[in-house]
Design a protein around this ligand. Structure first.
Ligand SMILES: [Zn+2]
Ligand SMILES: [Zn+2]
Length: 272
């Protein structure tokens, strides 16, 4: 079991020390985690301060890449970041300049905003049908993806569904033919770029999991690997529902999951 999407107090929206995340992973028997604190330059002017990656590295250096809580298992850890895609060219430049001095293991590329609107906030969905709300989010992914060749995987393709107000807010291909088209184009672009996607369990929140149809399409488009991601902002969420993510990947016929070191992937067969 690996968890390649873990936030700490170095993210603007989390307050948990990295040691607490490691302790939680050790208690839960997770073999490897990757810290992916936010480096968000997607809104000219107003963003959380980006993660202080140097300070985080200093704090973690003493552990030599692994941690074990008394009574727990050994957990290896990697140092990464979650960056925000942006349609504004100056934001991409800021992201690149910010990352340049750091030697990271892994980078998630995610969309959090459509234009100037953060889809986290309910106002984004106001007056829109589910299809009208979700399609521009996917369009933003598709528009940005080719400019972000330095990422390792595409983050949470269903983040727009996470806080959506619809009775059934699940992300599915059959929401509309346009939604299906965009997913196909996104997955084909990911594969052409030699990247992967993550299965992010956080968007499900208190709902039953979804995503088998999406993952099957990813496979049809040539997708060969995923990473597993709890997107934990608290210790209690580390490793959350990753067993379900593994089952989904297996059911979709995706052959591999990946871990990363200094941006280089290593692939492991999913299941036996
Ligand atoms: Zn995110
Ligand atoms: Zn995240």
């Amino acid at each position: 079991m690996i968890d390649y999407h873990v936030h700490t107090m170095f993210s603007g929206d989390a307050s948990v020390p990295p040691e607490d995340q490691l302790a939680a992973a050790s208690e839960k028997g997770i073999e490897e985690i990757c810290f992916t604190d936010h480096v968000d330059f997607d809104n000219p002017g107003q963003n959380f301060a980006p993660a202080d990656l140097s300070l985080r590295h200093e704090l973690l250096e003493k552990y030599g890449g692994q941690y074990r809580k008394i009574g727990g298992s050994t957990v290896r850890f990697k140092e990464g970041a979650e960056i925000s895609f942006a349609v504004f060219p100056e934001c991409l430049e800021k992201t690149l300049a910010y990352l340049a001095p750091h030697e990271l293991d892994f980078i998630i590329g995610s969309v959090h905003s459509v234009g100037f609107q953060d889809v986290y906030y309910p106002v984004y969905h106001e007056g829109k049908t589910k299809a009208e709300s979700y399609l521009p989010y996917l369009d933003t992914i598709l528009q940005c993806l080719p400019d972000y060749g330095f990422i390792s995987v595409l983050g949470h393709y269903d983040f727009v569904a996470k806080y959506a107000p619809y009775e059934d807010r699940s992300m599915r291909l059959d929401i509309s033919p346009e939604i299906r088209d965009r997913f196909e184009a996104i997955f084909k672009t990911v594969v052409r770029m030699g990247k992967g996607i993550e299965i992010n369990t956080a968007a499900w929140r208190d709902a039953p999991h979804w995503g088998l149809d999406l993952l099957k399409l990813y496979r049809v488009c040539g997708g060969e690997f995923v990473t597993f991601a709890s997107d934990a902002h608290r210790s209690s969420a580390v490793g959350n529902r990753l067993d379900e993510a593994v089952e989904l990947a297996l059911a979709a016929g995706i052959p591999y999951y990946a871990t990363f070191e200094k941006m280089k992937p290593t692939f492991f067969k999913i299941g036996k």
